[in-house]
Design a protein around this ligand. Structure first.
Ligand code: MN
Length: 250
């Protein structure tokens, strides 16, 4: 099985090397990742300029770097290297929980795979400045997660978050959507000019069985996702309330 590995932290992040090393046990692994950090790039693609694809020396892995986004890397990687069956994105240095999924470049790498009809798995771990993740500790858990997910071909897109420290176990979860943790914080630059940082605020009170709930309790969280964003209840309601005639042109 051909496994393409990307991320949004850039090809030199320790997280992608750890992931590729574990993935190599499950198939033929190739790293195709952004040449610089693309965190919070979400699902952007580069359409205004050509992309480069350069071989990269990385722990004896088959690795390539692209001057583009995670979604670009998946498009390019699966095009240059055909018959990829699985795309892994991560391991991101920082969690991607709840509404953060909308901004996540990590998840977008996996989601782009899903759009192309290839299975995608995004993986993230907290990485505070004072305690960087111990990938030797996490590697067996990455292997367990891949063992579970690879044997379930109906799971097309899954978002995985590892907790801080040694996990207590693995749980199936749903996306927590109750709170949005994004916040704009004003500040002053050295010239006295006002500038703004987009940052996150801690979220309090998490619903049981959500990704954040599991993560905060020390479990590995696995959330199956879908591409269809349709609000079925609202669609049914709108159809009942507002009768629209189908208009044909020409
Ligand atoms: Mn990142």
């Amino acid at each position: 099985m051909r496994i393409l590995i990307t991320n949004d932290d850039g090809v030199y992040s320790p997280g992608i090397a750890a992931l590729a090393q574990v993935a190599s046990r499950f198939g033929q692994a190739r790293v195709v990742a952004p040449d610089v950090e693309m965190s919070s790039a979400a699902h952007a693609i580069t359409a205004s300029r050509p992309l480069s694809y350069k071989r990269t020396d990385l722990h004896e892995l088959d690795a390539w770097r692209v001057n583009g986004t995670p979604a670009d890397c998946v498009n390019l990687g699966t095009s240059v290297w055909e018959k990829v069956e699985l795309v892994l994105s991560g391991v991101n240095l920082g969690p991607n929980l709840g509404n953060a999924m909308w901004h996540s470049g990590t998840l977008s790498g996996a989601r782009q795979a899903s759009l192309l009809g290839v299975r995608g798995i995004a993986l993230s771990v907290p990485a505070p400045e004072d305690s960087p993740p111990d990938f030797e500790l996490i590697k067996p858990w990455i292997a367990s997660v891949l063992e579970i997910l690879i044997t379930q071909p109906e799971l097309k897109l899954v978002n995985v978050n590892f907790p801080a420290g040694a996990p207590r176990g693995i749980l199936w979860t749903r996306q927590s959507v109750r709170h949005y943790d994004g916040k704009v914080v004003p500040g002053k630059d050295p010239m006295g000019r006002t500038h703004y940082w987009f940052t996150v605020v801690p979220v309090e009170g998490t619903d049981e069985d959500t990704d954040r709930w599991a993560f905060e309790r020390g479990y590995v969280s696995m959330t199956p996702l879908r591409l269809d964003l349709t609000d079925e209840a609202q669609l049914a309601r709108a159809k009942k309330l507002v009768s629209l005639k189908r208009i044909s042109f020409g």
